[in-house]
Design a binder for this molecule. Structure first.
Ligand SMILES: Cc1ncc(COP(=O)(O)O)c(C=O)c1O
Length: 459
């Protein structure tokens, strides 16, 4: 088998290679329920290349070893994180993307994909209700989208060289916000966390008080971040009120909608993120909710020009572009990058509006169904309007939350339910994310029964 595809004839050996690789991937999917979400210990392939290259069969055997040791997001009990199974069209999109091997750095290296990125980001921004000047850029994950948003915000505020400038978000904001602060060369205190209320939303009065203090201390804020879908309980900050506050104060308003942003796409759920249309920037992660294969995140901005005015350097080894066209390497942090929008675009086309609605609504319905089955007299259950919840034993059981969480997580794993175990406000919780379309009510019945029984040892 030739290592590169022939440029002048159909290569039957390549076809067989791809067919057999697809065959083993399809078998891997089909055997998911025979195993649990996590693999059993298995043999690992050699890492270094041999002196002579491997044959097709040897390569497929190596790949099989990695597949056998992989996490299985398609398992109905895979409920730990925001990692749903991939849409089949998204898998094909990824394969085609690898074959095309285009580079979003430059338009000439990715003519159709660059256009797709521009148009798809614009489509997303319009679905979120953002202004006609909006646009965006694809990024390899929400962490990168949030970082880019804060870099833009600081530049727009002309505070790049102010070591005392701050960013404000709730105590439940994702760790990618303090990570961005660190990368941006600011001190940890530059990230000011506002406590949340009982529901897990940022306390607005605390925000107002903080601004008065900042003014007295002559410290400048370059962004307020709202979270639309917090990591542990899926709560949504009061986006509308925050956007009005930021508009009045003349401060950049970023919404980290890595979890909740997808819900803006459906008429049935878009009210959950009302006000997102007024954000200066929004991070959306279709990989987390819509089944787009990783990585798939978008940074959307209300004014597309702010991307180039922040990240543009001029790239002297590329052809200059006419009009308002921009090279992909000038509108974000990354240089060379793959056409990640291909799998997003084709995945959404596969679902259609109805499929998108169904996926989003059913994930919320699963959460409501499970929540109803869980014994809220024994468990404190934290949840918002989205598709996840977190629970821990009520106070009257004493300080058992850590021990209970470890034991229950392991017991559930042995029955092929995988939950995560976040530490939240000083207590361990078990978190359940219900975005997996293979999880049926029968699974939720079983899971709730096991969880409700988990406290019987502690009475
Ligand atoms: C609210 C929120 N924002 C951002 C991120 C970071 O996204 P990523 O893991 O794609 O970098 C996460 C990850 O879970 C998240 O929960």
């Amino acid at each position: 088998m030739e290592p590169f595809a022939s440029p002048d004839q159909l290569d039957p050996k390549l076809l067989i290679f791809l067919e057999e690789a697809c065959q083993s991937l399809c078998s891997w999917f089909s055997q998911t329920e025979k195993y649990g979400p996590l693999p059993v210990a298995n043999e690992f392939p050699d890492v270094a290349p041999n002196l002579c290259g491997l044959s097709k069969d040897e390569l497929l055997r190596d790949l099989q070893l990695i597949m056998s040791g992989a996490y299985r997001p398609s398992h109905p009990g895979a409920l730990a994180h925001f990692d749903p199974p991939p849409l089949t069209a998204s898998i094909v999109g990824d394969l085609i993307c690898a074959g095309l091997n285009n580079n979003l750095l430059a338009n000439e290296l990715s003519p159709s994909l660059s256009k797709l990125e521009t148009q798809l980001c614009f489509w997303f921004s319009q679905r979120l209700g953002m202004p006609p000047e909006s646009g965006g850029v694809a990024a390899s994950g929400g962490t990168l989208s949030n970082l880019m948003a804060l870099v833009i915000a600081r530049k727009q505020a002309d505070l790049q060289f102010d070591p005392d400038a701050v960013v404000i978000a709730s105590a439940d904001a994702h760790i990618s916000i303090p990570k961005a602060i660190n990368i941006m060369g600011l001190r940890p205190e530059s990230f000011i966390k506002i406590p949340t209320n009982e529901d897990g939303q940022i306390c607005l009065d605390r925000l107002h008080n903080l601004f008065s203090k900042l003014r007295i201390n002559r410290r400048k804020c370059f962004a307020v971040v709202a979270t639309a879908g917090t990591t542990v309980r899926g709560e949504i900050d009061p986006i509308k009120e925050l956007s009005e506050f930021c508009l009045n104060q003349g401060i950049w308003f970023h919404v980290d909608a890595s979890i909740g942003g997808a819900f803006a796409l459906s008429k049935a759920t878009s009210h959950l993120v009302k006000g997102i249309s007024c954000a200066n920037s929004v991070a959306v992660n279709p990989q987390k909710v819509l089944g787009i294969s990783k990585a798939s995140s978008l940074l959307l901005v209300a004014n597309r020009q702010t991307l180039k005015s922040t990240f543009g350097t001029g790239i002297p080894y590329l052809e200059p572009l006419a009009g308002d066209e921009e090279h992909g390497g000038e509108i974000g942090l990354q240089g060379t990058r793959p056409g990640e929008v291909l799998k997003l675009w084709i995945g959404l086309r596969q679902l259609g509006e109805r499929g998108i609605n169904k996926l989003l609504q059913e994930s919320i319905e699963r959460r409501i169904y499970l929540q109803d089955k869980l014994d809220n007299k024994r468990f404190e259950i934290l949840t918002g309007p989205l598709h996840l919840l977190a629970l821990t034993p009520r106070e009257r059981y004493g300080k058992i939350n850590e021990e209970w969480s470890i034991k229950t997580r392991n017991d559930l794993l042995s029955k092929n339910f995988m939950l995560s175990r976040p530490l939240y406000q000083g207590k361990y919780y078990l978190k359940i994310v219900l975005g997996n379309p293979h999880t049926k009510t029968s699974h939720l019945d079983k899971l709730s029964e096991l969880i409700n029984d988990s406290l019987s040892h502690y009475q």
